[in-house]
Design a protein around this ligand. Structure first.
Ligand SMILES: N=[N+]=NCCCCNC(=O)[C@@H]1[C@H]2[C@H](O)[C@@H](O)[C@H](O)[C@@H](CO)[C@@H]12
Length: 444
């Protein structure tokens, strides 16, 4: 099932999850450095102090990307490496690191796809209120403009934010992610400032950039557990809270009324002009897809109860997510029909499984991951046939890495990392993905 000519095949990572050396060469600490170094918050007390040591081993990792035949590599830039205090004086060593990485990617024939914010807010800005401060949109635009002026042209695909929903829900409601707040009144303020920051960065790009910029969202289709009215109402609420929450303002210039009602008194009165900023047109949408959610009656409770009722006969990943490729097709058709069929890249898709250990001779027989990826790629081919403007796909992740509060206990990589000695081993799924890329999907 060949994909269209020019379909872009890649893999993705994020700075704090792979780089290590979070304070090297003048870099400023991030909220994830602080979060990991706060006892009890991350599995096993794991931190990003070393991670995959990519800050030093990036040439070796580019060689791995060449071996996979990647056409593009999605990575994120650590704001605190570039602006240690978040604003003000730039750190040339930090900019130099990303410039060298980009230049070598281009040398290898791999198109860089840079994400400006993948959750690692400079701690100095969190001390000034972080995303709760309306000034955060200006701080982000200053950072974005600095990086655009340094790298645009060599980087031709930019995304502003990675998964603002997770930043809001994990960082300010459940508290499971940095900065670990649990405050219903903070969540909509953070979401709104993230969206304003996105809009200001897009406007900054239109002033100086010459290529393409987008936004990356996590979309998770919601299905009612039954046809009972209370299950259907709960499903619509879950859909409003996660999926329409950011898509509606960015593409339609207004918030979902169901969402506003759910927050009730916790929903502030935002200036109408903010929505004009937020809906500044983008060039493409990045969708991170992992799983679906089956939703039962929430009895009107908010925040929503986080539950994933077990589906008989389904396969589940190590993060507890049901393997449900149909949800990816349903999501892509929903985006196509509700938001005017924007150009879409799958910017993350993958799974953590309990991989077998590295076998003698260096192999990792991760058949479950290969099967997960194959099922989802086959669905993409159908989505294109059904009219979705799907431009490319990035597997999550190039390397096993720091899975946030799960620490190093969950492995998503196409490449195994032995954290004791940083040895990389290409897994069977990685070798298989290389064949998919080489055949433009023909071998699926
Ligand atoms: N309720 N509920 N919801 C679950 C919704 C899933 C949200 N998590 C993600 O999408 C994260 C994304 C992240 O970019 C990457 O940095 C992470 O390593 C991967 C794997 O975890 C995924």
């Amino acid at each position: 099932m060949a994909f269209p000519d020019g379909f872009l095949w890649g893999a993705a990572t994020a700075a704090y999850q792979i780089e290590g050396s979070p304070l090297a060469d003048g870099a400023g600490a991030s909220i994830w450095h602080r979060f990991c170094h706060t006892p009890g918050l991350v599995h096993g007390g794991d931190t990003g102090d070393v991670a995959c040591d990519h800050y030093r081993r990036w040439p070796e990792d580019i060689a791995l990307m060449r071996r996979l035949g990647l056409q593009s590599y999605r990575f994120s830039i650590a704001w605190g490496r570039v602006l240690p205090q978040g604003t003000g004086t730039a750190n040339s060593a930090g900019l130099d690191f990303y410039e060298r990485l980009v230049d070598q990617l281009l040398e290898a024939g791999i198109a860089p796809n840079a994400t400006l914010y993948h959750w690692d807010l400079p701690a100095a800005l969190d001390d000034r209120g972080g995303w709760l401060n309306r000034d955060s949109a200006d701080w982000f635009a200053e950072y974005a403009d600095l990086v655009f002026r340094r790298l645009d042209g060599r980087v031709k695909m930019w995304t502003t934010l990675n998964e603002p929903w997770v930043v809001m829900d994990g960082g300010y409601l459940s508290g499971a992610l940095a900065p670990g707040h649990r405050n219903l009144f903070e969540a909509p303020i953070v979401a709104h400032n993230l969206l304003r920051a996105h809009g200001k960065a897009v406007q900054a790009y239109r002033a100086s950039g010459a290529h393409r910029i987008g936004l990356v969202v996590n979309l998770e289709p919601k299905y009612p557990a039954s046809d009972a009215p209370q299950d259907r109402v709960a499903t619509r609420r879950a859909h409003a809270y996660m999926n329409r929450h950011f898509m509606d303002p960015v593409f339609r210039g207004r918030y979902d009324a169901v969402l506003v009602r759910m927050f009730g008194a916790a929903w502030p009165a935002f200036p109408a002009s903010d929505l004009d900023l937020i809906r500044t047109p983008i060039d493409f949408l990045g969708i991170n897809y992992y799983t679906r959610n089956v939703v039962r009656d929430d009895a009107g409770r908010f925040p929503l109860p986080v539950e994933r009722p077990v589906q008989r006969g389904a396969t589940y990943t190590e993060t507890g997510w049901e393997v449900f490729p149909q949800g990816l097709l349903d999501t892509l058709n929903w985006v196509r029909t509700r938001y005017g069929n924007p150009p879409v890249y799958i910017t993350e898709n993958g799974a953590a499984f309990d991989d077998p250990p590295v076998a003698q001779g260096g192999a990792v027989h991760d058949a479950l991951r290969t099967d997960y990826l194959r099922q989802h790629l086959r669905v993409l081919h159908r989505a294109i046939a059904e009219g979705c403007d799907l431009r490319g796909y990035y597997a999550w992740s190039l390397l096993d890495n720091l899975e946030w509060a799960h620490g190093y206990s969950k492995r998503f990589g196409l490449v195994h990392v032995d954290y004791r000695n940083q040895r990389r081993t290409l897994k069977d799924s990685g070798a298989w993905y290389a064949r998919v890329i080489a055949s433009n999907g023909q071998c699926l």
